[in-house]
Design a protein around this ligand. Structure first.
Ligand code: GDG
Length: 459
């Protein structure tokens, strides 16, 4: 079997955060099979250096390219984060459509495609990740690459009517169609993608489930990403986890804890979540002094305006709710705009009676799975999960909510707080079995097995 070549914007090269779900999955796959992890070095340099920095860490080779300041601004902060991310998360209102940014996006895909092609050997398998590299497969084909190319999208594929708002959607779709296997998080995404290809580009659905479009035959399928559930379970029992739970436990005493952990992003539904917690306090005086919300929200992409506005909104909402309800010995919301080590998070998940995961749209949402895996099997908490997280497709034993429905979410929090122990246990056992069975190793194995099984790499 040939080498695996993974291309992703960020990699788990030394110095990067190797603990995330994707990093673990890709690392294991590369270590098992041998191969190369190709991507951005994370460095922004004054002038384009044409080369790659190549080095080995154990069995894994890294091949990293720098971005120039202009590339970083146009490709990463510009088109990827100001156009693709909002549109794919149904926020056309926040999208900035800038032709020059698209040109830079396409140029970076072209340059990276050339660099990547230079690394390939005939029997290699290429696996491209995520929305930064929608055109990378096509660039490899432009250089004559005929081997297998797989692509996995970590974020939702929106409804065709929404995607059609993106001025360059057809060019992106044409480029993406050069991949042989296109993996999505959910069946809903596959349905949206198929409908988009049929309606916009006249795709034909073949009897074996593949699609014929732009003169190519490709397969689109759902591969829901998972976590390393055993590892999260172990982390929740670590000394660091216990110390974190003890530190917070001393302060909240016997009050029930509701936890949210999210990158500070407008897709995560944070204002609506704070409002729902406020509504809970508005409507249930009996809960005053008896419940705490811990919201951990490490800031991300702070140079993008929409993220700065979100930060201000969260600061304001937290201040208002805490101002309205705090007492001498109780502050209802602990809002921490900073990140914590994963072991500490695992300890806090376990301490929390309720995990509140309420994105407005999310490809999967790994926090939902981490919360479940971290629970004490003898006394597990309750997961409240948005219908609009990819995770909801397989986690219907959670309390599913519409995050836009503030009263409905407040009701779900109350129901979770009052849930009898046997119902908590029943629901958790179902969720936990799924999280362990469909873990991150199962995800990468099923994707790579499907890609290896593709016989018709090029028509
Ligand atoms: C994208 C898609 C899809 C959070 N705070 C801290 C911290 N985290 C970790 C969580 C979790 C990860 O970050 C976040 O993953 P999510 O899946 O929730 O969301 P995105 O970052 O938006 O990821 C998403 C995912 O890709 C994978 O395909 O599920 O839908 O949007 O692991 O625990 N980690 C640490 N400190 C923190 O404070 N160490």
């Amino acid at each position: 079997m040939g080498r695996l070549i993974v291309a992703s914007n960020r990699t788990a090269a030394p110095g990067e955060d190797r603990a995330g779900g994707l990093a673990v999955a890709v690392w294991d796959a590369l270590a098992e099979r041998g191969g190369v992890w190709f991507g951005w070095s994370g460095a922004v340099v004054a002038q384009e250096s044409r080369g790659l920095r190549i080095f080995a860490v154990g069995a894994v080779d890294f091949a990293l390219a720098d971005l120039t300041g202009a590339e970083h601004a146009g490709f990463y902060l510009g088109y990827a984060n100001r156009a693709l991310w909002p549109v794919f998360h149904y926020r056309v209102d926040l999208a900035e459509f800038d032709d020059a940014a698209f040109d830079t996006y396409a140029a970076v895909n072209r340059r990276f495609g050339r660099l990547l092609h230079g690394l390939l050997r005939r029997d290699d398998t290429v696996w491209i990740h995520d929305y930064q590299f929608l055109l990378l497969g096509q660039e490899l084909r432009n250089h004559g690459w005929q081997g297998r190319v797989g692509f996995f999208l970590h974020i939702p594929w929106p409804a065709p009517e929404v995607l059609a708002a993106l001025p360059q959607h057809a060019r992106l779709a044409r480029g993406l169609a050069e991949c042989d296997l296109i993996g999505f998080q959910t069946r809903r995404d596959v349905g949206n993608f198929t409908r988009y290809m049929v309606e916009q580009h006249g795709a034909e659905a073949l009897p074996d489930g593949r699609l014929r479009v732009f003169g190519r035959t490709l397969r689109a399928a759902a591969f829901p990403i998972g976590i390393d559930a055993d590892d999260v379970m172990r982390m929740a029992e670590s000394t660091e986890a216990r110390a974190a739970a003890h530190r917070l436990g001393r302060i909240i005493e016997n009050r029930a804890l509701v936890i949210g952990v999210d990158r500070m992003d407008y897709s995560k539904g944070l204002p609506q979540r704070l409002q729902a917690f406020g509504r809970l306090l508005d409507e249930h005086e009996g809960l005053h002094g008896r419940v705490n919300l811990l919201q951990i929200a490490p800031p991300s992409r702070e140079t993008v305006d929409a993220y700065r506005d979100l930060r201000e909104e969260l600061d304001r909402l937290t201040g208002r709710i805490n101002g309205d309800y705090s007492d001498l010995d109780w502050t209802p919301i602990r809002y921490l705009a900073r990140g914590y080590p994963r072991e500490m998070l695992a300890g806090l998940y376990r301490l929390a009676r309720v995990g509140l995961v309420t994105p407005l749209h999310d490809g999967m949402n790994l926090v939902a799975k981490e919360y479940v895996a971290a629970q004490d099997p003898a006394d597990p908490g309750v997961l409240i999960l948005s219908h609009f997280a990819g995770a909801a497709e397989a986690m219907d034993a959670a309390l599913l909510v519409n995050p836009h429905d503030i009263t409905g979410t407040a009701d779900a929090i109350r129901r979770a707080l009052e849930m009898p122990a046997d119902e908590r246990l029943d629901r958790w056992q179902v969720l936990n079995a799924g999280v362990h069975q469909n873990d991150v190793a199962a995800w990468r194995r099923s994707f790579l097995a499907a890609l290896d099984g593709m016989t018709e790499a090029v028509p």
